[in-house]
Write a protein that binds this ligand. Sequence first.
Ligand code: PLP
Length: 383
Amino acid sequence: MATEHSRVISRNQVRIDCRALRHNFRCIAESVGNGVEVMAMVKGDAYGHGMAETATVLAGCGCRNFGVAELVEAVALRRAGIDGRIFVLLGFLPDEADQFVHHDLTPVVFLDQDIRALSRAAEDCGREIGVHLKVDCGMGRLGLLPVDVPSFVQRIDELPGIHLAGIMAHLPEADQRQATSTPLIFSRFQELVARLDSDFRGIRHIANSGATLYCPEMHCDMVRAGISLYGCYPDGGKGDEVAASARLQPVMSFATRVAQVKDLPAGSGISYGHTYITTRPTRIAVLPLGYEDGYLRDLSNRAEVLIHGRRAPVRGRICMNLCMVDITGIDGVEVGDEAILLGRQGDEEITADEIAGWMGTISYEVLCLFGKNNSRIYTDETL
Ligand SMILES: *Cc1c(COP(=O)(O)O)cnc(C)c1O
């Protein structure tokens, strides 16, 4: 039994490299240059990296803007001591408007009820609140259509207690360098901004990581960096000459420890359904993790892990809490040895993009899955 003072932790651990996180932020900030701000997208629990911890590290290296989906996240960031600008991107309920005033948050607006409720809340407190307008210039998602913008902006101007502090749009294909929608949507956005009242003093922002890295002409006054902060390229690449100014480093890794080693003869079925049958005498390492830990069943018979710096393929179905890997030919593996599911060991590396390829998804989803389903440790002294 554990003594009172010993801390018992899972063998499955997501590690967050705070040094890499700071490196990535600095790379991005340097590549956009002075005069362009960086909004760190920390929605989705900072893509699985831990929202408050990530924001704290970034605030420590000069980040002043943070983006979240919902009000509840923004309030949690304030409670964690983040004092930069916090943008709530996905709207709110009218009776929550006073929270924006109370916590000094920046609402992204796109509904009439948003600006009316914010105006009332600001007036009640005798305060003024700056809002950012979300426009759908062709993303086909959240936001006001361009045709409705002039009258909406006029209503903002007429309402007491609020003013237009910024205007933003989003790009659907900025991760694909050849996409024709990107320049088209950007030019619509620019036209819209040009038609705004000449006394518009707010900021403009449209670039996600894709446009930040690949379309410098779209940086405007601020970029909204998500996946690049976490060390992945939005197109799944490793970064080429276009992105050479920003050599990103992966922030998350995921490790477990070998629970058992066994030798099986040829013809042995492995795991539920016996979807893998050994074709030769095979040494198997059993790992104590499975789909409950975000190591999804889709990875059965597809993924590889690193043990002793070598690649070991997953054999058979991944269970809720177990999976099996083939370590035939990797000498000396013992119970308790580290296995890397995501990250580097020796000269080998398994990237979030490689795992995403095995799962038929994108790195974003892999990071969210692993980060949200496991205990995280932060490998840096600054936390
Ligand atoms: C998530 C998000 C981003 C960041 O996208 P990345 O591709 O991760 O950089 C930027 N803008 C908006 C509106 C978002 O929702």
